[in-house]
Design a protein around this ligand. Structure first.
Ligand code: SF4
Length: 491
């Protein structure tokens, strides 16, 4: 069972399983193999869990879906023409933009097919998606509404009014109480070697991807999880997570990424899973995302996580400006970032910070301060260069829209790009963003080392500030290049 719970009851769900419902097998319009087509366009370089979850439930219900991940394989014309229901996964902004293109192609090849968008960004952008690109939108715990939609279409029934399935005429709030009840089914998906691996000391090993929780207890204002989950958490049962990890280890994974928005939203749950995985696969490593606040709050668990195989922790530092951090409601300060880095350093776990350096409130001096912090602490190998180019996205429904004073910086909705426009009050910051983005893009093409790219960004930022000769500081520590996933992070 998957349930929405509070922190204190996270572990109680382990004792309260329910059998999934089977229902009537398809006999109608969606009974044929390939009548349901699931499409993922981008999932941060992982084999898509957003395909594996629905595949398990649809197959159990008797459907014979086809799944295509356009990040690594072609979406053939035959597959599009054979489909009656095309469900496109949109868990993040990049995936949404790619998914809208897939929908346009489906519309031109097979106008009669029902196009459904599912995932975090579907409901946020439902107005535009359902006007221009598709028929329905599902967010939150998507598997049950998606199955209900498939069943309704199979029976030739209307698809409006299904809980969790929004349409142009009948919007629907995300369903959060229940998710898929089965172990994700990865049969037929592209092999793990097609995806990002873990690189450590020059050796790359295949990496798997699981989620022990979805949603988040926190409500950071810029985060797309906030308007969908509203501070609530969905816990995936321990045995389900372990079975999914086990299947990926059997398929070659030597490292597992915990894709939870925050691994320590349910610390006991997380620890039990990490311990069980280590007991079964002592050589397996893992990474997880843990917010700065949780690193400090749960500082005692990190030596154990290191012993259990934690290769690195992604921590959403975002900015070192206390003003920016307050605007984003991050729950940490610059001082906390320093302390969290110390906690992880003491445990021997590299921090890989994620950043949001281009917001309306970050100053050019603030950006320079961030670069200096990275340089002085020898973190340039720990920060994916793309992190230094991330610009605030404000999707419809964002908690930032209701922030007092938003009128001062917020522009119109650019519906085709799925974000509100905004311009920085200091034009040098917008120009710097464009320049840093180009540097990062060029570095990716040249396969340049992270420290080398960092120096280019350092130079560009200091030129923008009128200090082109600013010397690169000597680091106060010397760090080894940390392990990393071989796919840069895009939101
Ligand atoms: S802690 Fe992370 S996942 Fe949770 S709301 Fe904040 S940014 Fe989003």
């Amino acid at each position: 069972m998957v349930a929405t719970v509070t922190t204190t009851s996270v572990d109680a769900v382990e004792d309260a399983r329910e059998a999934p419902s089977v229902g009537t097998p398809p006999r109608g319009r969606l009974a044929a193999p390939g009548a349901v087509l699931l499409v993922s366009c981008y999932e941060l370089g992982h084999q898509p869990l957003s395909l594996a979850g629905p595949l398990a439930e649809l197959r159990r219900a008797g459907f014979a879906p086809v799944a295509v991940d356009t990040a690594v394989e072609d979406l053939g014309e035959d597959a599009v023409r054979a489909a009656r229901l095309v469900a496109i996964s949109v868990p993040m902004h990049t995936a949404l933009r790619l998914g809208a293109r897939v929908a346009a192609r489906v519309r031109s090849l097979n106008p009669a097919a029902h196009v459904c968008f599912y995932g975090l960004y579907a409901t946020l952008n439902a107005d535009h998606l359902l006007r221009e690109h598709g028929d329905s939108a599902i967010s939150g715990e998507v598997v049950a509404p998606l199955l209900a939609l498939a069943r309704a279409l199979d029976r030739g029934e209307g698809f409006e009014g299904i809980p969790g399935v929004g349409t142009a005429r009948v919007p629907a709030a995300p369903v959060l109480g229940r998710g898929g009840t089965l172990v994700p089914d990865r049969a037929g998906l592209p092999p793990l070697r097609s995806y990002a691996g873990l690189e450590r000391d020059g050796v790359i090993v295949p990496a798997g991807y699981v989620e022990a929780t979805r949603g988040c207890h926190h409500t950071c204002r810029h985060c797309p999880i906030t308007p969908i989950y509203g501070g609530r958490l969905t816990v995936v049962p321990r045995e389900t997570v372990l079975a999914d990890a086990r299947a990926q280890v059997a398929a070659g994974a030597r490292h597992i990424t915990f894709g939870d928005p925050d691994f320590l939203n349910g610390p006991a749950h997380a620890l039990r899973i990490a311990r069980a995985l280590h007991e079964e696969f002592p050589g397996l490593t893992f990474d997880a995302t843990v917010k700065v606040e949780h690193v400090l709050q749960h500082r005692r668990v990190f030596p154990e996580l290191a012993a259990l195989g934690c290769a690195f922790v992604v921590s959403a530092v975002e900015s070192l400006s206390d003003e920016v951090l307050l605007r984003l409601a991050k729950g940490h300060t610059r001082e906390d970032v320093v302390a969290a880095l110390d906690v992880l350093d003491s445990a021997g776990i590299p921090m890989r910070p994620s950043l949001l350096p281009f917001t309306p409130w970050e100053t050019l001096d603030g950006y320079l301060d961030l670069l200096r912090f990275v340089a002085e602490r020898d973190l340039s190998g720990h920060v994916d260069p793309v992190m230094l180019a991330i610009r605030l996205l404000v999707p419809p429904g964002s908690a930032l829209l209701s922030e007092p004073g938003a009128d001062a910086w917020l522009g119109d909705l650019d519906a085709e790009r799925f974000t509100y426009r905004w311009a920085h009050p200091d034009p040098r910051m917008d120009a710097l963003h464009a320049e840093v983005s180009a540097i990062v893009e060029g570095a990716t093409v040249r396969d340049e080392s992270q420290p080398a790219t960092f120096v280019r960004i350092w130079d560009a930022a200091h030129r923008a500030a009128g200090h082109p000769e600013s010397p690169f500081p000597s680091p106060s520590v010397n760090r080894r290049p940390p392990p990393r996933l071989t796919e840069s992070w895009f939101c």
